[in-house]
Each structure stands twice: as structure tokens, then as C-alpha cells.
Design a protein around this ligand. Structure first.
Ligand code: AVI
Length: 329
């Protein structure tokens, strides 16, 4: 964890943050290990290099991809109620600092927010967002922290005893396996401590046709996002994936209540990754990402196991998406 220099009121210098991003050695090691087992799979974080992050932003704008606009609509529609539930002088600790649209809605609604603490592993994103928000909210203390937010990290002393509110929008929790989600919720609980709370966005179970359309969009942006993993391996690891020999498909698994993003091999083939040779059978696939969908009760039960007590829950009219305010128990 690297505590960044605080960008305090009235736009003081941009924060100085260190970059702890994955290096290519870790990508090579993880990719080869993930493709060497009987069930081929890769860690979803490798989808998000610069191009992957740009493609994900494009996904968020797609007609078929409902989560982003539904969550933003829900935040806007319920802003006053959410602000009441979160309370005055909130110190908002955002886990991940991507697009700033959601945090702005929250900050605009909150009663005298005391601090904004974005936490991210990416130095550039963190510095840029901190600079923008410090300039836009001159009375707010902006305290960026460069850290892997999936593990507990210490909060700066000035947040002790305040109204600490973790904010984790986007249903990114869905990309974790249930055990990982439990660990993550426990870790957030440890980070905010007793008296803290969590506002989290969680995508809900729904008609599988809606889900399949959202992850197999008609413009092929999600396919490009998924296939970019192989392009990235070719770019960074000198691998020789033939991009025409793989196809994207997102499949909904009813029993597990999750979308699985897959890359299917279109023929028997062997791929070279930096000296390793990986065989693929015709029709064999790589599982690149899972996206779990929860029921409101199911998510609250999971959160309870991690030491959180449900205080409020908001859903949109179609019950597509939920926002939960949880209190550290
Ligand atoms: C980041 N995450 C919440 C997205 C999701 O919906 O699971 C990632 C994504 N993958 C394909 N489309 C969107």
C-alpha cells in the first residue's frame, strides 16, 4: 500500500502515487498456468490492459449492456434517500477509481461529505481522477491511496473515527467467485472497521435472454474485449494466438447464476507462449471471466457471513440491479 500525497482543498498538487501494476512476468506465469490445466481459465484482471479498459468503457455505453445505465439511473433516482442512509460528513472510500460519473452523483447528494478516498492499483487513473475531483469539489479533502483494494489496507489516520463509507459500484463483486466475494467483503469490513459502512452495486438475476444479450452484444464489442486477452498475449508475451481461430461466446449457467465469458478454439491447434506449447482441442474453451448475478436475499446472506448487516436496499423498477447499504456488524 502506498499512501498518496493528499490533494487537499482547493486543488493542491496532483497526488504522487506509486504504480504496483502487474508486470509481464506475472501475466506470463498466470497465463501459462491457467492454460495448462484440464479446464483452461485465466484471471479476469488480465482483460483490463489499456485497450481492454477502453473496450470496457465502450461496453458500458451499449444498448444491450444494461448494468451501467441502470445503476446510474438508480443512484440518481434514489440519491436523496441514499444520502440519508449514509449520513452526514461521509468519508467515501471508493474501491477502484474508474469513470467518475457515479461518485459525482453520490458526492452531490451527500450532506457535507468530509473526504473522498479513491483506492486503485493504477497510478495514472488514480492521479487523474483525484486531480479532477479535487478541482471540482474544493471543500472536499481528496486522499488517494495506491493499493490492491482486494486485500485489507490501512486507512490514513485522519479518517479515524469519522463516518467511513466504502463505495464499490458496478457489480464488480460479481466477477469474483463466491468464496472470493466473501473474502473481499470481509476485507472491506476490516478496512472500514466498526462504525463503517458499505454502499455496493450488485447485478440481479433476471431473464437469461437479457443476460446473454448483454454479454454477446450485436456490435461485437464484448467479443473484441474478450479476444483482446489473446492479442495482449501476442503483444506482450510474444505468443502466437491466431485470432481467427478463436471465437467469443458468453454462456449463462443457471445453477451457478453466472455468465461465463469463454473463448472457443475453432479447430485443434497448438499455441506457443514464450516457449510453452499449449494444445487446444476443437471446441475447447478458455474461461476468461465470470459474472455472478445475485438475488437481493442471496447477496444479503453472503454479506451477513462477512460481518455486514443490511441497512437499506434500492432496486430499479425492472429489478435488474440493486444498491445495498450495509453496516459493519
Ligand atoms: C466489470 N464487470 C462488472 C463487468 C461485468 O458485467 O461483469 C465486466 C464485463 N465483462 C463483459 N462485459 C462486462
Amino acid at each position: 500500500m502506498d499512501r498518496a500525497t493528499a490533494a487537499h482543498p482547493a486543488g493542491q498538487p496532483a497526488p504522487d502515487v506509486a504504480d504496483h501494476g502487474d508486470d509481464s512476468a506475472a501475466f506470463r506465469r498466470d497465463l501459462i498456468a491457467g492454460l495448462s490445466g484440464a479446464a483452461k481459465q485465466t484471471k479476469p484482471k488480465y482483460l483490463y490492459d489499456e485497450r481492454g479498459a477502453a473496450l470496457f468503457e465502450e461496453i458500458c455505453e451499449l444498448e444491450e449492456y444494461y448494468p451501467t445505465r441502470t445503476e446510474i439511473g438508480l443512484l440518481r433516482a434514489q440519491a436523496a434517500d441514499i444520502a440519508r442512509s449514509l449520513g452526514r460528513n461521509a468519508m467515501v472510500i471508493e474501491f477502484g477509481s474508474g469513470a467518475t460519473v457515479k461518485i459525482r452523483i453520490l458526492l452531490d447528494a451527500l450532506q457535507e461529505p468530509a473526504a473522498y478516498v479513491p483506492v486503485d492499483i493504477s497510478r495514472e487513473q488514480l492521479a487523474e481522477n483525484s486531480r479532477i475531483l479535487a478541482a471540482e469539489y474544493p471543500r472536499l479533502s481528496v486522499v488517494p491511496i495506491c493499493a490492491d483494494y482486494t486485500r485489507p489496507f490501512p486507512l490514513p489516520g485522519e479518517l479515524d473515527g469519522g463516518n467511513r463509507v466504502a463505495f464499490f459500484p458496478g457489480s464488480t463483486i460479481g466477477n469474483l467467485l463466491p468464496d472470493e466475494a466473501l473474502d473481499f467483503l470481509q476485507s472491506v469490513r476490516a478496512t472500514v472497521g466498526s462504525g463503517g459502512s458499505l454502499l455496493i452495486g450488485v447485478d440481479l438475476r433476471k431473464d437469461p435472454d437479457v443476460l446473454r444479450a448483454a454479454y454477446n452484444d450485436s456490435k461485437g464489442v464484448t467479443a473484441a474485449f474478450n479476444l483482446n486477452l489473446l492479442e495482449r498475449a501476442n503483444r506482450e508475451l510474444d505468443a502466437d494466438f491466431d485470432l481467427d481461430a478463436f471465437r467469443h461466446e458468453a454462456v449463462y449457467d443457471h445453477d451457478k447464476g453466472r455468465i461465463e465469458m469463454r473463448l472457443y478454439s475453432l479447430r485443434p491447434q497448438e499455441v506457443r507462449i514464450d516457449g510453452a506449447r499449449i494444445p487446444f482441442a476443437d471446441g475447447e474453451y478458455i474461461l476468461t471471466e465470470v459474472s455472478h448475478k445475485y438475488s437481493v436475499d442471496g447477496f444479503q446472506a453472503l454479506a451477513a457471513r462477512a460481518g455486514w448487516q443490511a441497512k437499506s436496499c434500492w432496486t430499479d423498477q425492472a429489478d435488474y440491479f440493486s444498491l445495498h447499504h450495509l453496516i459493519a456488524g
